[in-house]
Ligand binder design. Structure first.
Ligand SMILES: [Zn+2]
Length: 231
């Protein structure tokens, strides 16, 4: 008999009550612009990831971002650094993004917490950084919607992949890719979709994989404790 495991949303931007466990993703700019007080970010029952998103690098002076990030990231409620990463579809030059991301890679290694990664059309650059840094901390590529070949490449390089609302669209490549992912490298998330619950994502994933949702939640719980709780 399987024990019931909580549904785990490893990447959410919605700060609302949830049925299972969740890592709330906060950008440094939310602190700097006063949306959150620095003292409010880390609450006993809230797990967060915190980082400098490539979209928001220029929202405040970089050194201010670093000060806030380095202060907050050591709190035990902060389970990961991110989201951070590379995005070819924005105006900020990739070289600038790469510098800011590299510094977060170093931080993740220094404080021994995993990285939650945003990557849009910059996977070659991402893998080049992985080869250069040879990180010991897990890298989780979030919001993965790519094809099986790209997934395989990332898996071969040791990455974890997290899938979200793309699984609700049967014609998305994510639905073909999901069954090709080793279960010990898989996570699920709601990301910015405020109207979608993590239960819907688990239901869709379980259906695609042909598993019982209890089997899937047990596997992902194991991944969560290993990657984020160092168990
Ligand atoms: Zn996100």
């Amino acid at each position: 008999m399987l024990m019931a495991h909580p549904l785990i949303d490893i990447h959410s931007h919605a700060d609302r009550p949830s049925v299972g466990w969740r890592i709330l993703s906060l950008d440094i700019s939310a602190v700097v612009d006063g949306q959150y007080l620095q003292s409010e970010i880390v609450e006993p029952n809230r797990h967060v990831s915190i980082g400098i998103h490539p979209w928001f690098i220029a929202r405040q002076p970089l050194e201010q971002s670093w000060q806030v990030l380095e202060t907050l990231c050591i709190d035990p409620q902060v389970l990961a650094i991110g989201e951070c990463g590379l995005d070819r579809c924005i105006d900020t030059p990739l070289t600038t993004q790469s510098e800011v991301f590299s510094r977060q890679i170093e931080l993740s290694e220094r404080i021994e917490k995993p990285l939650i990664i945003h990557c849009v059309r910059a996977f070659d650059e991402l893998l080049a950084l992985r080869k250069a840094f040879k990180p010991t901390q897990p890298w989780i590529v979030h919001g993965f919607t790519g094809k099986p070949a790209l997934a395989q490449q990332l898996i071969n390089h040791g990455c974890y992949l997290s899938f979200g609302k793309a699984l609700l669209k049967p014609d998305s490549p994510a639905c073909q890719t999901l069954p090709t992912i080793p279960l010990d490298r898989l996570f699920l998330e709601t990301d910015a979709a405020a109207d979608i619950s993590i239960a819907q994502i688990y239901t869709a994933a379980a259906k695609i994989l042909g598993f019982d949702i209890g089997v899937l939640s047990a596997e992902l719980h194991r991944n969560f404790t290993r990657v984020f709780l160092h168990d």
